[in-house]
Structures are given as structure tokens and as C-alpha cells.
Design a binder for this molecule. Sequence first.
Ligand code: HDE
Length: 695
Amino acid sequence: MAARKSATRSAPAARTADLRGQGDELHQQAGGTHPPLTTNQGIPVSDNQNSLRAGPRGPTLLEDFVLREKIMHFDHERIPERIVHARGTGAHGYFELTKSLSRYTTAKILTEVGEKTPLFTRFSTVAGGAGSVDTPRDVRGFAVKFYTKEGNWDLVGNNIPVFFIQDAIKFPDLIHAVKMEPDRGFPQAASAHDTFWDYISLTPEATHMIMWAMSDRAIPRSLRMIEGFGIHSFRLLNAKGESTFVKFHWRPKLGLQSTVWDEAVKLAGADPDFQRRDLFEAITAGNFPEWELGVQLFTEQEAEAFPFDHLDPTKLIPEELVPLQIVGRMVLDRWPDNFFAETEQVAYCPANIVPGIDFSNDPLLQGRLFSYLDTQLSRLGSANFHQIPVNAPKCPFANNQRDGHMQTQIPKGRVAYEPSSLQDDSPRETPTGFRSHATADDGVKGRVRAESFADHYTQARLFYRSQSKPEQAHMASALVFELSKVETPHVREAVVGQLRHVDGDLAQRVADGLGMDGLPPAPPAAVEAQDMPPSPALQLIGKMKDTLKGRTVGILVHDGSDAATVKALQKAATAAGASCKLVAPKLGVQLSDGKRLAADGQLAGTPSFVFDAVAVILDAEAGKRLAKDAAAIDFVSNAWAHLKAIASDAGAQPLLKAGNVGKDAGIVDAADAKAFITAAKTRQWAREPKLRMLA
Ligand code: HDE
């Protein structure tokens, strides 16, 4: 301000003063009490709009430390994105133990019932870059950092209980194969291309995971509706040092839910942030997503009797063999204040583990144990990354590690070593500290794979044969889609050949879908697939909950729509736990009661695929008009094609006709709100074969 007042009255200076004056007024209109803007050194800034110049039209001066600091910081705003799992979203929450595991472990987080442990959870896709879309066909990362009283425990898992490979040394090849091809720089966030399937066709151990990745688990509707798995076997250690193996599972309270493929593809265009936004909206509205933590516990002797090796990360333990026990719950109840500081900088590491839990010899886990620290160094740029608030333990921590880039702690005293005798408060080892299980391993050195890892097809078959008919059709169709994008014939043939080991019918469906003349030969198998009893726990449709909780209903209205019907549907959907949104051709709309309402979405920008079920309430005139509007026709025809419930009134019929909407149990009269809610809770699977050619 002072500078402005003292500006000389030469013509250009007066013009500068005028422009600044306008800016000041706008700021004042914005209101509020604002703290002074300062540089990073705390120096108050008088002008954040004009750099320091030698005269109004002269050169900018090097002396302008305000400008230089601001631009220097901006130039360094990006840090390397994660090489895998770059696209992600996270939230704060807590874990509450409901059942003590004190027989098996000393870990306080698993023995103190009722205790709430704060945590930070990050969900991610694997293949795409940080700016890619939320809904590709991909595995979802499910990483939880528990800030326990005994240090941080990171459970860094996925939404699928098995993995592609059996040995860490293969991971860079797998990821290079799935990422965009290096010569052309595409496709982004997609496995449907030659290099991925070339690698898979030559990696039989990936077959089981491929079954999961081609299932609807890889196209989830919401991150609130996915399961999570620690994948590897871990150990629990009790006070006597006895070890029990454990597999960790997360089970969503809202049940599982997926999209249909066509919907996932369209969502990518309509809302690239669909899942991130969904999580944000749920948490900020107070609808906190919740998961149960389940464990499968088994002894070394029990493990020896399994018909597979539990150390092989391409194998799961059927729940029919080792039942799941629910021991706690996780609630995500706080959105981060800042995406970069928290979600981008959170640094997970499977080696972060607390006393009472220990690793197994799973060779993939063993490789992961050193990989993540390496990544954090290159991403976060300093060995002090653990001091970033989202990474710092919430229990006291102290040692003699010192200095390094970006040290933010100021340790006191002269002792930075151990043993020492000069300082009473210097940190010491403790008898209750972390101990490893005293495992005796047979140690002949060599690059060898256990014989017990050789069966690559039995569990792939188990998974496929455990699915419902619609899910099997989706898997076959997903394989046809993916392989149809592969340009090299021998790669397509090699994959179909592998599928013959899983299920002859599946291989035939895929071959037919690709228009192959006959079935390609199956490659030799190290171990032939065995038939196992189907495991319904592996289904997704079987795990959908009969609920509208956490779902969204969209109601398409126009001026003149019957207000009473709209209100009745809103009331019923909200009572059933759904959130309800109005969509209209314009954001302002006047219903039959004459009241003006603000719609939540404008029709052209709010397609039906962002909803779980829709209603269309129109007066006769609007029905006729919208029957000629492409966005309105797409709204109903997509809802029909995506197997959703549609409620409609008499006025909406011309539009439904224009959208080729047929008749079945999911198409209901809007006057019957109860029937709509029942239909909206599920997808109309029986409709699908009538409208889509599935493999
Ligand atoms: Fe990861 N993985 N991974 N991974 N992983 C990373 O760590 C790696 C594996 C998983 O939200 C990276 O901080 C190797 C299996 C998740 O920040 C990196 C191997 C599973 C996340 C890394 C694996 C996972 C990562 C990249 C083979 C399921 C995201 C950035 C031995 C159990 C965590 C980072 C987040 C992230 C390496 C295999 C899950 C490069 C070498 C198996 C959920 O360190």
C-alpha cells in the first residue's frame, strides 16, 4: 500500500497504480481475515502480482528474491511419481480390535480389544501414471499404515489375494511388460497390448492371477466396495516365541460391487476421478467406509498338509480349508488436508512391522522387503523421509541416526552412538524390542525354485469354476477384448493354449470370440491341474450385499416433472441409505409444484453411468422433447445396457422407447418406490445376454 501511495505521477506509473487498485478491491470483496503472505523465510510480501522491475516497462531485477523463491519452489513441485501404483487416493482413519489374538501374538494392536489405532490408507491402480484415469481394468493397491504404540505397521496389499509372479526378480519385467510400450509411449493404464500378453504367455505361474485380473474384481464400482489382501503369509509370534502363520484380509462392510466393462470404459471419459471423488464425497458427507479385518490362522504342520505351498504368492488358501476369523474393523473417517503432503508423500514399506508379527519366506515378500526403502529414497529424496508427518510414527521414536538432507529434528546432547555412558537419556536396546522367529532353514545356496511351486493351473481352475455364469462370461469376454488388442497372432495363440490347462470350455469360448480356427495346442505343463471343490467365497456376485447403502441414485427431471413422485423416490432412496441426485437439462429446474430447484448435475455432463440406479420423471411435453435429445437417450439406454434399475412415469415413456429400453424386473413404475428400491439393490444379470454378445 505504501508503495502505491508513493508512486510517482508519471503516466505509466499511474496506470500501474490503477491496475493494482482493481486487484485490491477484488481481494477486499472476497472478505475474511487473512494472515500476511510471507516468503519461506517469513518476510512479509507487499506485492504478489508484480515482479520487481527497473521501471514499469523495464527488465526484471535479479534482486527480486520474492519472485526467485516462488518460481524456484514451483519448478521443483513435482517429485518422481511411484513407478507402480502411481495413481492413488488415500484417507485417514482408525483400526479397532474386536477380538484378541493374544494366544498367537504379543503385538498390542492385535491384543488390546477396543483400542483405536490411527492409520492412513492409500488405494491405487498399478499400471497407469499419476494422471491416468480411475477405472481401467487393473489390480487395486490397498495399503494401510497403522501408527501403533509399538511403531508403524504397514500392510501393503492388493484387492486380489494372489500375485502374477513367484519371485521378486521377475517384477521389473512384469511391470515393464504392462506399462506403456517403450517405443511408442502407449497404451496408458491398460494391459490390452502385445507386450503384456507376450510376457504372460511365457509365464505360466501368472495364470491364476490372470483369472482374477480378467474378472470383475479388476473393474470395481467404488474403492469402498473392494476387498483387500496382505497376499503373503506372515507369522504371528506369541510370548513363548511360538509361531502361527497368518493371512490378512479386508472385507468391505458395503459388500463387493463392480461395474460392467462398457460402463468402466465410459466412466473413464465422463469422470477420470470417479473413484477418488466417490471416496471424497462419502467421507466428507460422514458416510465413513468401513472394512472388517479377517485372519486365516494355521500352523506349520497344517501348512505342510495343504495341497499347495502357502509360501507361493500365486496361491490362496480357500476359506473352506482355513476359515476366516474377523478380529477388527477399519473406518476411514478423515479426508487428508493436503493431497501432496499426505497421499503423495506417504511411504509404505512391507518391512515396517511390529513386535509379535514376522515375515515368512515367501520369495516375493522377501524381495519386497528391501525394494520399498530404495524407492522412498529416490522419490522423497532424503533418508529423513520418515520425518514427514504422514510417515512419522505417532509413538516416541529415538536412535543415533543423525543428519542427512532435510533433517527437521534437533537432537540434544553429545551422545550419538551406542554403547555409551555419558548421557542418561540416550536411547538403549530393549528386551521387548522386535525379535525375529528363530527359523531353521535348509540352506543350500542356489537360484532354485521349490518343486512345490510348480502347479500353476489348479487354483486358476478353482477360481474360474467357482464363479457364477455371468461372471464366467465376463471373464471370457475380458480375455477376448484384451487379446483382440494384441496384434501378434502367436501371442494370442500362446495365451489361449495356456487357458486349455485352466478349463477347456473357457479356452474354446475365447478362441471362438477371437475367431480362431480351432484351438491352439496347450504348452506342456509342469504339473497338470487338479479339480478342487468350488469355493463360493471366490465369487464377486455372491458377495454383493442386498443393500443400497453407499450407492447413488440419479433422477432425471425437467421443468414440470411431478414433484410428489420425485420426492417419494428421493425419500425412499435416502431411507435405504443411498444418496440421491437430481439431473436436469439445465441446472435450474421448476417441478410441478412451481418451486425452483437447483439440480445436482446438468444432463450432458452427468451420464447415468455415475449412478447405481436411475429414475426418469417427466411431464408429457418434456418426455417428447427429451426423446429427441442425444444426452437424454444415452442416459436411459446406458442405464439399460449397464443392467441398472430404471423407474419411470407415463411422461418418460417416449424417452425410454427412444433409448430402446426393454422390459424386465428392473424396469419399474415410478409410483412404486418400494419396487424401485428392491430392483436398485442389484444389477439385472438376466438382462445381459439379451443385449450384449458375451464370449
Ligand atoms: Fe509393490 N511396490 N512391489 N507390490 N506395492 C511399490 O513402492 C515392489 C508387490 C504394492 O499406496 C513401490 O512406494 C516390488 C506385491 C502397493 O504407496 C515399489 C515387488 C504387492 C503399492 C514396489 C512388488 C504390492 C506398492 C512403488 C516384487 C501386493 C503402493 C512406490 C517383489 C501384496 C503403495 C512405492 C502406496 C508400491 C516394489 C510386488 C503392493 C517400487 C519390487 C506382490 C499396494 O517399491
